[in-house]
Design a protein around this ligand. Structure first.
Ligand code: B1M
Length: 212
């Protein structure tokens, strides 16, 4: 019987092989990808975050845990994105300039793909110019930005201002997210939408396009 606590513990230790095995075992036993994600992988990464904050874990260990998280996510990805339908919308998503955190952004991208969106992944450390160029692309209806650091949050506002200046805010909606972001902050900087997690990111994207 798959034990999601063991999966969380393996992730905390950065034991990539065990994370892969336990993720596959859990899927084979019929556990839902959403449950494996929240009670196994994200639960483990939350503890890593706590320990990192208290200086009980350091960057190299956090990186190894992040690598194990990616390995688990890559096994869940085909299940999370299974969809035969034609795209319901197109979103360009990236982590803002100066910010290298990509786990949450990747998860939001995966869930959006799973919900039938076409996702243009701009990557990490994405400049304002790159977001603006992406917004100009054919069919892009939403620009999604992720920021994990209090020092990179201001870039969300810079991109929103640049999109306004480029006259693109009538073409695209802007969605923001990331651990330090709140609905209040999103309102303050003029974002059209905010989501606290990947599943609500899908709901928010649908809502922004009027397909909720
Ligand atoms: Co960093 N880091 N980190 N880190 N790191 C945090 C964010 C921190 C909170 C840790 C802590 O102190 N507790 C802290 C930030 C403090 C602050 O600014 N308020 C921090 C720090 C300080 C740093 C460095 C500055 C450390 C240093 O060098 N001294 C450094 C900065 C590097 C940089 O970016 N320039 C750094 C580096 C790193 C690693 C490289 C080691 C690694 C990243 C590896 C990677 O991503 N490939 C790392 C990690 C892993 C973390 C923690 C532990 C985990 C982040 C994560 O992946 N969470 C993190 C602590 C924490 O958040 N608890 C921390 C899991 C992920 C699923 O959640 O990303 O929040 P999250 O995404 C969620 C939602 O936020 C939402 O949905 C996602 C899924 O549910 N969401 C969206 C995210 N984007 C969205 C977009 C949307 C909608 C929803 O619409 C577009």
């Amino acid at each position: 019987m798959a034990d999601l606590r063991q999966l969380s513990e393996a992730l905390q230790k950065g034991d990539m092989e065990t994370v892969k095995k336990l993720t596959s075992d859990a899927l084979n036993e019929g556990l839902s990808p959403a449950r494996i994600l929240s009670d196994g992988l994200i639960a483990g990464m939350d503890i890593v975050g706590e320990k990192f904050k208290k200086n009980e874990m350091y960057i190299p260990e956090v990186l190894i845990a992040a690598r194990a998280m990616h390995a688990g996510l890559s096994i869940l990805q085909p299940k999370l994105v299974e969809t035969g339908a034609k795209p319901v919308g197109k979103i360009a998503i990236g982590t803002v300039k100066g910010d290298l955190h990509d786990i949450g952004k990747n998860l939001v991208g995966m869930m959006l793909r799973g919900a039938g969106f076409e996702v243009l992944d701009l990557g990490i450390d994405v400049s304002t110019e790159k977001f603006v160029e992406a917004a100009k692309q054919e069919g892009v209806q939403i620009v999604g930005m992720s920021a994990l650091l209090s020092t990179t949050m201001p870039h969300l506002k810079m991109v929103i201002e640049a999109l306004h200046q480029a006259g693109l805010t009538s073409k695209v909606k802007i969605m923001v997210g990331g651990a330090p972001i709140t609905q209040r902050y999103a309102d303050e900087i003029g974002a059209d939408g905010y989501a606290p997690d990947a599943a609500s990111g899908v709901d928010k994207a649908r809502q922004l396009l009027g397909i909720a």
